[in-house]
Design a protein around this ligand. Structure first.
Ligand code: ADP
Ligand code: MG
Length: 256
């Protein structure tokens, strides 16, 4: 990757951004997340990896209540996630999410995709929302695509729009769920570079990804999940050079 090494990454703080304690989740009878404990400090960048089906998506989706947990506690920026819809709304405003399949609205232009939530959720005047959107489209380096529709853009460009769209809500925390795994290989780098840029600016990030170069470059900690549990968590250098658990070793031998 052309971009900088870990040394350039901003330092983290002691302020807690996300705290998950003793969290369990079931899908019907299926116990998908088992006793998840994780504290993420403001400015930290966490990479989550693990085999398919291990619960990575479910775990990060619980943080903005796209999935509901049944036991334990999740606190985001000081707000506990309960059934209180007002609190769920509040949390969703602070947490941006980028999915594997972009999830842009196909019938709206790139600019409209980016201004929709600021106008309807934040009640921002249209003109201001457009200004903010153009700012972030410039930042992901595709302002010239603003008037096009998602279908006219490459996968890498669409994913950068998805990142810009999330940033338009001024999130304090960004969740990424395998943002590059649906992309053609030549487009992976442009999306990862955008994410590295966000990390350099101090964004708190939880990223499910198997891009281990990215993990080495930006992560404070790498988490390995298997069968619904956090099996191992360490800083990247130690995680890759000296994994503690057999399952982590096996997984790394398969992907590296
Ligand atoms: P990962 O992201 O690590 O691949 P997921 O969180 O998507 O894992 O899924 C974890 C497990 O939960 C898998 O066995 C998956 O089949 C199951 N699962 C995911 N979503 C649902 C759902 N909505 N209903 C029932 N089971 C689900
Ligand atoms: Mg997943």
């Amino acid at each position: 990757m052309a971009s900088p090494s870990v040394a350039k990454m901003p330092t983290t703080t002691n302020e807690v951004a996300v705290s998950i304690t003793g969290m369990h989740k079931w899908y019907g009878e299926f116990h998908v997340l088992k006793d998840i404990n994780l504290t993420v400090h403001r400015g930290e960048r966490i990479v989550i990896c693990g085999p398919s089906g291990s619960g990575k998506s479910t775990m990060i989706r619980c943080i903005n209540r796209l999935e509901e947990h049944q036991q334990g506690k999740i606190v985001v920026d000081g707000i506990e996630l309960t059934n209180d819809l007002k609190k769920i709304d509040e949390i969703r405003r602070e947490v941006g999410m980028v999915f594997q399949h972009f999830n842009l609205f196909p019938h709206l232009t790139i600019l409209e995709n980016c201004t929709l939530a600021p106008i309807w959720v934040k009640k921002m005047p249209k003109k201001d929302a457009e200004e903010v959107a153009m700012h972030y489209l410039k930042r992901v380096r595709i302002p010239e695509q603003a008037m096009k529709y998602p279908g006219q853009l490459s996968g890498g460009q669409q994913q950068r729009v998805a990142i810009a769209r999330a940033l338009c809500m001024s999130p304090k925390i960004m969740l990424f769920d395998e943002p590059t795994s649906a992309l053609d290989p030549e487009m992976v780098k442009e999306v990862l570079d955008t994410m590295v840029g966000l990390a350099e600016e101090g964004m708190t990030m939880l990223c499910v990804t198997h891009e281990m170069g990215f993990a080495r470059q930006v992560a404070n900690r790498v988490i390995f999940m298997d069968y619904g549990q956090i099996i191992e968590m360490n800083e990247p250098a130690a995680f890759f050079s000296n994994p503690q658990h057999e399952r982590t070793k096996l997984f790394l031998s398969q992907i590296l």
